[in-house]
Write a protein that binds this ligand. Structure first.
Ligand code: HEM
Ligand code: HEM
Length: 238
């Protein structure tokens, strides 16, 4: 296989790529807007909460897109279970990597873990309250004091104990594939294209019809679910 001489094929639709880089931006801004809240004059964490809601909406959007999106974004096409992940990992360790156009079976587990960790972090934020009550998530009054403390403690810990290590591993793995295995996964997440090659899953992604319209409908549904859900539960979005 000489990928370089063949013209590239479609691997990711535009909504999936936009989702990814918006998620990266919003998770980074969520972290920074807490870390520098005094410096930016936002002690009530208004920016932090808003980017947190946006993260939640994006995660729900991605769950919908896993059913409504193009072939490589569909869960049914890339969720192959732990057995397939082990098989893929052992082939990789033996120096006989299998090539996938979409997520490989091991990468698919990482994708699920990242979505769960990011979604979990933001959900905990809804119930988090700062000790002096200056800043609080919109749903903290729904739970007793014990649960508020638990949510706040884990909102504080989970990012450093689980989310940041998982993101570090994710970035390291993508750089490894690019520089060592010579598979340009990172450019593909930007351009949506990969070199033509013999891929195990499919030769080229099947892009759904009117991807942008579909993506906007999913976004409206995701926003209605998150924001409507908070309001229905009696929370105030501020
Ligand atoms: C992925 C999204 C989020 C990330 C990465 C994130 C991250 C963080 C971090 C790192 C802290 C500081 C913890 C510390 O060191 O004391 C924090 C605090 C806080 N977050 Fe979030 N957060 C997210 C989403 C949310 C959401 C959706 C809400 C509520 C709407 C929220 C509400 C709060 C509040 C009220 C605090 C102050 C807690 C305290 O200082 O005790 N966060 N968040
Ligand atoms: C906050 C940090 C990040 C988070 C939460 C995150 C999360 C994710 C998620 C959820 C996916 C699955 C995409 C989908 O199917 O919708 C993904 C894929 C991907 N991410 Fe990230 N990401 C982060 C940072 C980065 C960075 C900095 C890079 C580049 C250096 C990167 C490169 C990639 C690539 C190349 C893929 C596709 C992997 C494949 O081909 O299987 N990510 N990421």
């Amino acid at each position: 296989m000489d990928a370089k001489v063949k013209s590239p094929v479609r691997a990711w639709d535009l909504p999936t790529r936009a989702f990814h880089w918006m998620l990266v931006t919003l998770v980074t801004v969520s972290w920074a807007s807490f870390q520098y809240s005094q410096l930016i004059g936002d002690p009530r964490l208004v920016i932090h909460r808003r980017t947190g809601y946006a993260v939640l909406i994006l995660v729900v959007w991605r769950l919908l897109w896993g059913f409504a999106g193009s072939s490589t974004s569909r869960f049914s096409n890339f969720m192959r279970g732990p057995g397939a992940a082990l098989g893929y990992a052992s082939a990789l360790a033996r120096g006989q990597p299998r090539h996938y156009l979409g997520h490989n079976p091991l990468g698919a587990l990482m994708v699920l873990a990242l979505l769960a960790l990011v979604g979990g972090q933001a959900t905990l934020g809804l119930f988090t309250v700062e000790h002096n009550d200056l800043a609080a998530g919109p749903l903290y009054r729904l739970v007793d004091e014990e649960t508020q403390k638990l949510a706040s403690t884990w909102h504080r810990r989970a990012i450093y104990w689980f989310l940041l290590p998982a993101i570090g591993l994710h970035i390291a793995a993508n750089i490894f594939y690019w520089l060592v295995k010579k598979e340009p996964l990172i450019p593909a997440m930007v351009t949506g294209r990969k070199p033509a090659a013999h891929y195990e899953d499919e030769a080229e992604a099947k892009i759904v019809e009117r991807p942008l319209l579909r993506a906007v409908v999913c976004l409206v549904l995701a926003a209605a679910f998150v924001l409507g859900g908070i309001l229905l539960l009696g929370g105030r979005i501020s």
